[in-house]
Ligand binder design. Sequence first.
Ligand code: GN1
Ligand code: MG
Length: 366
Amino acid sequence: MNNDHSNTDLLIIVGHFHLPGKILNIRETGEGHINDTFLVETDAGQSFILQRINHRIFCNVHGLMDNIDRVCSHINLFAKLHPEGQQLIAPQIVAESSGALFHSDENGNFWRCMTYIHHQPPKEIDVNIALEGGKAIGRFQKILSTLPGERLHETIPNFHNLNLRLEALHEAIQKDVAGRLGEVLHLTDAIQKREEEMLQLHRLESEGKIPVRVVHNDTKLNNVLFDNQGKAIALIDMDTVMNGSVLYDFGDAIRTLCNTTYEDESRLALVRFRFDLFEAFAAGYLLETKEILEPIEIEYLAFSCKLLTYIMAVRFLTDYLNGDVYFKTRSPMHNMHRASNQLRLLEGIEHDYPAMQQAIGRLANR
Ligand code: GN1
Ligand code: MG
């Protein structure tokens, strides 16, 4: 797939969505590791997000867009029907002129357009942002617990299946196609020695002991949008919304929120785990979900933070060994830095783990 999109091409693509007003500007946002994302500004006061879907990863584009349409419409309808209290909204799909949920171009690419939600990225990540983030993820899960209709499409099968993620890593180690194994033995060791412990949730899931619900599956903090008062107002990036466990959402949010730096910071001394943010997020999350969660889910909340950090280390390292075929990278070391970063964060979580479990126990019984 060609990654360069000229402005003329983009204008032609956008033309298929019949947006209000005149297009003033289209620029790539540079966010996300998978799709290509553009902000489209119009003179009608409304902006839009245009995305080229990476269909090597999201092979079932119909299923993907059908999921997103159902989930976003349900969230926005819920907000309309419950105007009282704090609201949570989602982007709305703008259909192509034929009425389809996406546009297919002549090069075999798939494009979608969604409303842009005005927001203010927090200047500083503090306990209020963490509390609000926790409430938003919890509310999202609670609202979707009443999603009507059939089961959502499984757009990326086994997305959080650690057993398969480890198999993929073992295969990458064995093949060493990019000749990089020698540089990362300390990382493969760190992963290997934790395998048994980390597989415990997968075992419980295989035994049917973990409730299956509609979850987001990509709850990194920048998928939560805030207003200028620091209130969480929306959740975006519904690409991986599927049936799964709430534990993956909780752990993924913590792994991004509570890292004192970006997930790809290579200076490991800057990577620390912030317990105060964990506690605030958990408080907000449990405030919203306490009534719907089962005891086994609450029991594994703290564990999920270790697990998701570990899973991301496994995925980044696998991609590094495979020669960077999955995640977008900006340098040859990028995936290796990401994997090292996640393993350093994991050490911080392990250090605070007893206190994390205590905090969950206290908050869940409040
Ligand atoms: C990918 O592209 P983005 O940033 O939405 C990935 C997530 C990872 C994340 C790591 C479909 O998400 O699972 O947690 O990178 N999405 C997919 O930053 O693999
Ligand atoms: Mg995503």
